[in-house]
Design a protein around this ligand. Structure first.
Ligand SMILES: [Zn+2]
Ligand SMILES: [Zn+2]
Length: 390
């Protein structure tokens, strides 16, 4: 059981570090252990290493550490892909060599069908264009979504991208790792060494789901094998409580260590993978992205401070527009609300006086309309069949 415990701890540690790397910088997690460990790894650990280097090696190692750290954090590299592929390939190999003979023909068919999926979906997600904005598709990217004047603002409120020198389309973001502006950028994913954006988020979701399916099938089949081994040993299982059953299952693990290890690996990685898939499915259903969630969180802080007011725009107040003159005019939803941030709580005299607009203090983010949310199914359609950047 010693090996199993070490493996379980290792997988738990890797899962936690992955969570920290992915979500550590989110404002809502700032005060949680995930946010604290993120700050520790991102700022305090490099500072500590630098101090040690100054004392022991007269700062000779620091430039290498900085260069290595910058490469790992700011440059595209396949290290995490290699780690993922090693884990999946190693796991499948160990399972097949120890568990194949226990499987029924139907189970063998399922394993043959499910095993290649993570490789295919990873290839699609990591090699596909996430929706890089170039001078030739910039007009199409601008026309894709309207500015909501809440989390995305047109010029002059938002300056052009400092690297690409192009006006930033609504929902886009410049990725410092891909060194490009990406349409409807969700986040840069280290697991696929690529940005997740307008054009490849469906492959990314497929990648997550195929990993989930592989882990679920692996876990169920390993459990089935351990259960079979237990029954073969002549132990009467009927009438046992769950606690007793799990304790006895531990005995079967001693007999089938590899299967036990794969079961644990699938179960622990599954927690991370299912959580991550669920989170992304929820974001799609809510008509938002990881990047936009961070922007909404910034409003949340100010709403809590009581300095955000909301004004509703009158329906008939919309001005006539010349066709093709406004970005995102084909988008089914238009902005009807304006948010205004006052300098201090209670200073309502600072609110602009606009005819027909009554300002109301915002008590929660649920009161604010997200124009990129067209309803669950329509949001999924926009992800599965996105507009073309041509
Ligand atoms: Zn850019
Ligand atoms: Zn990127």
């Amino acid at each position: 059981m010693g090996v199993l415990r070490t493996l379980a701890l290792l997988v738990l540690l890797i899962s936690f570090l992955t969570l920290v790397l992915l979500f550590g910088q989110l404002p809502r997690l700032r005060k949680t252990p995930i946010g604290k460990v993120y700050r520790l790894l991102r700022y305090r650990l490099p500072a500590l290493l630098s101090s040690i280097d100054r004392i022991i090696c007269s700062s000779r190692l620091t430039p290498f550490l900085i260069r290595g750290g910058a490469y790992l954090v700011n440059e595209p590299h396949p290290l995490v892909i290699c780690f993922y592929l090693t884990l999946v390939t190693g796991g499948i190999y160990v399972f097949l060599s120890s568990g194949w003979s226990f499987l029924s023909p139907l189970q063998k068919g399922i394993v043959s069908l499910v095993s290649p999926l993570p490789y295919i979906s990873m290839y699609l997600a990591s090699t596909s264009d996430p929706g890089v904005i170039t001078p030739s598709n910039h007009t199409a990217a601008l026309d894709m979504y309207p500015y909501d004047h809440t989390i995305f603002f047109p010029p002059p409120n938002t300056p052009p991208c400092r690297s690409c020198h192009l006006q930033k389309p609504a929902r886009s973001k410049h990725c410092s790792i891909c060194k490009a502006c990406v349409a409807k950028q969700d986040h840069h994913c280290i697991w696929i060494n690529n940005c997740v954006g307008l054009a490849n988020i469906r492959w990314f979701i497929l990648f997550l789901i195929s990993t989930d399916v592989l882990l679920l099938v692996g876990m169920l089949l390993c459990w089935g094998i351990l259960d079979f081994v237990l029954r073969q040993s002549g132990i009467e299982i009927a009438g046992l409580s769950w606690n007793e059953y799990i304790r006895l299952l531990g005995l079967a693990v001693v007999e089938q260590v590899s299967i036990g290890a794969i079961f644990l690996l699938c179960a622990l990685c599954g927690i991370l993978s299912f959580t991550f898939t669920g989170y992304h499915i929820y974001l799609i259903w809510a008509g938002t992205t990881s990047n936009e969630t961070t922007k909404w969180d910034e409003w949340k802080e100010d709403i809590k401070a009581g300095i955000i007011y909301l004004g509703e725009l009158e329906e008939e107040g919309e001005e006539e527009r010349e066709h093709g003159s406004v970005p995102g005019e084909h988008w089914p939803r238009k902005q009807r609300q304006w948010l205004y941030r006052i300098a201090a709580a209670g200073r309502t005299d600072m609110l602009p006086q606009i005819r027909g607009v009554v300002w109301q203090k915002v008590e929660g983010l649920a009161e604010v309309d997200n124009i990129y949310d067209c309803g669950g199914w329509a949001n999924f359609r926009d992800v599965l069949w996105p507009g073309k950047l041509e």
